[in-house]
Design a protein around this ligand. Sequence first.
Ligand code: NAP
Length: 304
Amino acid sequence: MPKRILLIGPTGQVGWELLCCVQSYGQVFAVGRNPTEQPSQAYLDLADPDSIRSVIQEVKPDIILNAAAYTAVDKAETDTQQAEIINAVAPGILAEEAKALNSLLVHYSTDYVFDGLQQHAYQETDTVNPCSVYGKTKLAGEQAIQAVGGNYLILRTAWVYGMRGSNFLLTIRRLAQEREQLKIVSDQIGTPTWSRMIAEATVQILAQLNSPLSQVDTESIAGIYHLTCTGKASWYEFARAIVAQLDKQPEVLPITTAEYPTPAKRPAFSLLSNNKLATTFGLTLPNWEYALELCLAQITTAYH
Ligand SMILES: NC(=O)c1ccc[n+]([C@@H]2O[C@H](COP(=O)([O-])OP(=O)(O)OC[C@H]3O[C@@H](n4cnc5c(N)ncnc54)[C@H](OP(=O)(O)O)[C@@H]3O)[C@@H](O)[C@H]2O)c1
């Protein structure tokens, strides 16, 4: 029997790539958050617990992929209640429903659960201390899933970009057309991660867990895993790498976080160690610069 897979957030950066990658793996039920004109098509709003429960009970998925979240980091500082419902409360409901069906919940979280004061890559076991509403709500979502238990994977990723949606890569490409000079923050360090790499790694994990050859017991590997590309960069270095590939290349200048104040505080250092992912699943994502090259090549092919 093919697996029944419920994909929440198929319009997002990671969700869209999952929709493309996971098709050969089972029967995919992709649900957006808005009612469509086709009454037969289910929709799921993470801010509406009833819609979460009724869709899951109707679809009866073997696997729930939750790629949806409240991701507007700065807006969350004032839209706190909505961020809490979607990022903190909804994951617990997903976990309860997944547990009732004995299905696997795959949920994504963020490097923003850390305060960024550490000087070396964060392990899954390192102390969390988010410094923004977004980070706090995402952490609460992780904790809600862990409190319910069952079969779950929480995949913490970082600095996500891709070919669609709102992200740093597409913003820099647009600004490069409009401006002669870009001033970019150089004192925040992390790892840019292409959404496709996240989706592909997720599908590889699913394949391993469900392979007839697999010795892995899903319940015993439940937990948090860091999942980013390798290497590190500042936003300034990331911007330079993007601009270097463009026909029109504006000057890129480094500035400090203090010179570019934002409503939400970001961790100054949020490198994630991916060792647990490598030792558990044998997966290592490529270096961020190589992944960026691949993504830019895709954009060139797709849009020219
Ligand atoms: N972006 C990053 O840099 C980053 C970094 C670390 C971790 N993450 C995590 O990675 C995951 C995927 O992020 P992403 O960048 O792919 O997100 P994204 O591109 O911002 O997409 C968010 C998705 O969530 C959906 N959504 C928002 N509110 C919803 C609701 N109430 N009910 C149902 N769906 C809702 C959106 O639907 P609409 O299209 O209808 O709005 C969209 O499909 C998230 O868990 C995020 O926290 C992201």
